[in-house]
Design a protein around this ligand. Sequence first.
Ligand code: TYM
Length: 327
Amino acid sequence: MDTIFSGIQPSGNLTLGNYLGALKNFIPFQDTHECYYCVVNQHAITAPQDPQLLHERTNQLAALYLAAGIDPHKATLFVQSEVPEHALLGWMMITLAYVGEMERMTQYKDKAKKQGESIPFGLMAYPALMVADILLYQAKLVPVGEDQRQHMELTRTMAERFNQRYGEVFTIPEMFTPKGGARVMSLQEPTSKMSKSDDNQTATIYLLDDDDAIARKIKRAQTDSENSIRYDRENKPGVSNLLSIHAAISGKTFDELETDYAGQGYGTLKKDVADLVVGELRPLRERYEELSGSPELDAILTAGAEKAHAKAHETYEKAIRAMGLYR
Ligand code: TYM
């Protein structure tokens, strides 16, 4: 059975983008692959975090994984900092990375721009930790949103670099992106991605938003003045974003949607998208309420860390042997 690895940062409230781009797609793999899903809290600290809030969000994210349909009998769910090999192999990957290639990461460049003079070094090192996360589990496939493409290419490059220098240790992973939801855009500025850290709350649908908030935000979403419903990211980013949210939930193709909505107004499309999103997120929110703070969650994460540790340790041993890091 091939292995899947993916992670989400507990750095803010999860958005519809995290759900459609990543979390929703984690579920079907549980029946066909050996799956490891991680709360990547060591990635979250590459930006300053309030310790209490980080702790709360770690548990909250674990509960959301389960509420979305992760089954602990099928997949391994765990918290990154409880498996020390992530940081250990992360350091080894840092020593293999080049400053130039890390500086070229667009996510780093975007985030660094907002930091002024004191750019945390962890922001630059971060993709090397992501490389370690994936390689530790010998993952064949990594389900992520489109914004992780460059990090995934780096992962392949670094796995190949290690294997060439030190012998075959790591599986070269591939990226898996969903057809509809790989890039959910801001509802207010549909040329930038929907993000946990957007200050404009109307631009973002959070997974725990109630039905009214979801409907209100979609109703106010930016469109254009043309009043024709077709998929054209370049010229009609707002409408295309609504269509891709629709497609990611309804499973319809853009061609089918264009036919369905021929001659209809934006109001109808928005109403239908709101109904789809509400229908998708309501059960998740209800399951989340039941799970959060339950002792069961704690037991699942303890068992998950143990299982993940066993697998990670096996790969880590091979990597240190290959590199000569032993007596
Ligand atoms: P993070 O926490 O920013 O996002 C988690 C997942 O959500 C996807 N995503 C989106 N997809 C579609 N549209 C959007 N607007 C949108 N916003 C976020 C992301 O692509 C991601 O799949 N570096 C990663 C976390 C990570 C990781 C890993 C992922 C660390 N180690 C190993 C995979 C494998 C990150 O910051 O994701």
